[in-house]
Design a protein around this ligand. Structure first.
Ligand SMILES: CC(C)(COP(=O)(O)OP(=O)(O)OC[C@H]1O[C@@H](n2cnc3c(N)ncnc32)[C@H](O)[C@@H]1OP(=O)(O)O)[C@@H](O)C(=O)NCCC(=O)NCCS
Length: 171
């Protein structure tokens, strides 16, 4: 099977409550979070989504290899509470075993399509300048996200926040 076919078979759906452990497992396998951090930062969000206690528009989408198949990545995004038409992509992550086959792109384009359909003008992605996130920064730039600013020493001494944004694509 070629990469092109793998990409075509990928299936994006709303993240389901029963996938909570698998979704957190993916976040841990990216190497960016310990299990405790994933639980605290992302588990809480998944729980709030499941109990419908977040403001309208907050949503998580998951990517499977095929409909009903293995979960390989997910994203969480939401409208910004302080600016009309602005959305934030708070998390995107793909299982390292499946990097480079288009899952990240599929998830990002899915988010953009939804944001665009809701009249969103700007999709913002905040990340860090840490070496571990170099791949993610390259990925955003390759997808037309422009670096709009940096805040030095934001996450820790010597680790900046890097802000990317673009107008969401419709399809
Ligand atoms: C950033 C991340 C989400 C990208 O996910 P991914 O599934 O590897 O992304 P894609 O496969 O869609 O794209 C990655 C590269 O593969 C290439 N690619 C995409 N589809 C492809 C295909 N079918 N065949 C071959 N290459 C392909 C893309 O062109 C892209 O190349 P580029 O980086 O030079 O632009 C992933 O690296 C990740 O989970 N990183 C760890 C978590 C993280 O850093 N999250 C961001 C927190 S701010």
């Amino acid at each position: 099977m070629t990469n092109f076919n793998i990409q075509q078979a990928m299936h994006i759906e709303t993240a389901q409550t029963q996938d909570r452990d698998a979704l957190l497992g993916i976040a841990v396998r990216t190497g960016l979070f310990t299990p405790e951090e994933a639980e605290g930062l992302l588990g809480g969000v998944l729980d709030e989504l499941a109990s419908d206690s977040l403001p309208p528009g907050h949503q998580a989408a998951a990517c499977r290899l095929r409909a009903g198949g293995t979960l390989i990545g997910w994203t969480y995004f939401a409208p910004d509470q302080h600016a009309e038409g602005v959305w934030n992509l708070w998390w995107i992550g793909v299982d390292p075993d499946h990097h480079g086959h288009g899952a990240g792109l599929h998830l990002l384009r899915h988010a953009e399509k939804i944001v665009s359909s809701k009249g969103g003008r700007v999709l913002v992605i905040e990340t860090s300048d840490a070496p571990a996130l170099a791949k993610a920064r390259r990925f955003y730039e390759a997808q037309g996200y422009r670096e709009c600013g940096r805040i030095p020493d934001f996450y820790s001494e010597g680790e900046s926040k890097v802000i990317f944004a673009r107008r969401p694509r419709e399809d």
